[in-house]
Design a protein around this ligand. Structure first.
Ligand code: PLP
Length: 428
């Protein structure tokens, strides 16, 4: 039985760690920085990328590799890697393609941390990002491309605006210009959407969110579909297609074919920048992944009920959840996340910003935390928390009204969630 061909629910439980005779049934934590060899030659081949194997955990570790291959299997990709955080995953996904003097395009509704990384920090490295509205016209999107554009980036479901990204449209446009589409699939997870099926080339994750699902470990992941033909646009991607002097003149595309992208990101970026996930965190992430297929439908079911409750409440001004009929993103949601989007929604109250804060402070079971997408229902006010660094103008461009409350619906009993919201609404 080919275990990589299992259905998603089975992959959550079974993919990744496949023990040999007499080995631990459950994925062990390889809490070791280093690995032992019998002779010098074997180790030398590993250093030259002539053989695959483990020698130092900054490059690869068996616990991490098992979890990365589970995530790759869930996304339907050819290879994956773990990173220390979602930030590192998104940074590596861009930096593995772009060098100083290059340019890329991203939608402006992405997570605040990613927005800063792309707009401020990458700029300091000489990589420029043009932000476009995810609903811009084809002409506007065309106009954002330059001769030195190397990739396009978007989020399946934007954090915190909960907009649905038209993956197919952006993939077609990226491919027309000979560049890959990278999609941050954190909120949808491969249970609800597999961006590769719509033409995306590379997927990233903050595994900190639903994949871990219990708010225990910060982490990230990158998965490559193996579909993008770097060699067909070799002039654009010298880092992948031309010899790497730091590996004795090896060219990743020629030496590793479909594995080129992840091999380069591991052998070069992880070697030099070192944003590894600790094996202990990878172990926790794997436990989360084992129930991802059970938790996601429950998050969606609860969120749908909460969204409908809020929509009908006289004190609520607006709700953005793509599962609501009549929502601006309902049609796109039906296309990309037909079984439900996730537990996260955004809404605003009638009344002042102070009343919004009073509402949040009046919640009992639901806590205010800088987190989303775990088992516990929580709230956050992005304008005064995660997106504090953004100007009023940038907030508006990112679709974050200053009254926007981000609610992450958990997997408790939905009647208790609604009852808590109700008693807090009564206090304002
Ligand atoms: C949280 C988040 C990130 C950043 O991930 P960390 O694990 O916090 O570094 C990136 N993208 C999205 C969509 C997120 O929600």
């Amino acid at each position: 039985m080919d275990l990589t061909k299992l259905k998603r629910e089975s992959l959550c439980v079974q993919a990744g760690w496949q023990p040999k005779n007499g080995e631990a049934r459950v994925l062990p934590v390889f809490q070791s920085t280093t690995f032992k060899y019998d002779d010098t030659e074997q180790m030398a081949d590993l250093f030259d990328l002539k053989a695959s194997g483990y020698f130092y955990t900054r490059l690869q570790n068996p616990t991490n590799d098992a979890v990365a291959s589970k995530i790759a299997a869930l996304e339907g990709g050819v290879a994956g890697m773990l990173t220390s955080s979602g930030q590192a995953a998104n940074f590596y996904s861009i930096f593995n393609i772009c060098e100083s003097g290059d340019h890329f395009i991203a939608t402006n509704d992405i997570y605040g941390g990613t927005f800063n990384l792309f707009g401020v920090t990458l700029k300091k490295l000489g990589i420029e990002c043009t932000f476009v509205d995810s609903e811009c016209s084809d002409e506007e999107l065309e106009a954002a491309f330059r001769p030195n554009t190397k990739c396009v980036f978007g989020e399946t479901l934007s954090n915190p605006g909960c907009k649905v990204f038209d993956i197919e449209r952006f993939a077609n446009m990226a491919h027309k210009h000979g560049v890959p589409l990278i999609v941050d699939n954190t909120f949808a997870t491969p249970i609800n959407c597999r961006p590769f099926e719509w033409g995306a080339d590379i997927v990233t994750h903050s595994t900190t969110k639903y994949m871990d699902g219990h708010a225990t470990a910060v982490g990230g992941a990158i998965v490559d579909s193996g579909n993008f033909d770097w060699e067909a646009h070799a002039d654009k991607f010298p880092g992948l297609c031309q010899p790497d002097e730091s590996y004795h003149g090896l060219a990743y595309t020629k030496a590793f074919g479909k594995m080129a992208f992840i091999t380069k990101a591991t052998a070069q970026l992880m070697r030099d920048l070192g944003s590894i996930q600790s094996p202990q965190n990878a172990f926790l992430l794997n436990l989360g992944l084992e129930t991802l297929h059970l938790r996601m439908p429950q998050h969606c079911k609860n969120a749908q009920a909460v969204a409908e409750y809020l929509e009908n409440h006289p004190k609520v001004a607006w709700v953005n959840y793509c599962g609501l009929k009549g929502n601006k993103y309902y049609e796109l949601g039906q296309k990309y996340v037909p079984n439900g989007s996730c537990g996260v929604m955004a809404f605003g109250l009638k009344g002042t910003r102070e009343q919004a804060i009073q509402f949040m402070d009046s919640l009992d079971m639901i806590c205010i935390v800088t987190h989303v997408a775990d088992a516990r229902t929580c709230v956050l006010h992005p304008a005064s928390h995660t997106h504090r660094q953004l100007s009023e103008e940038q907030l508006k461009a990112a679709g974050i009204a200053s009254d926007l409350i981000r609610l992450s619906v958990g997997i408790e009993n939905v009647q208790d969630i609604i009852a808590d919201i109700e008693q807090a609404l009564e206090k304002i």
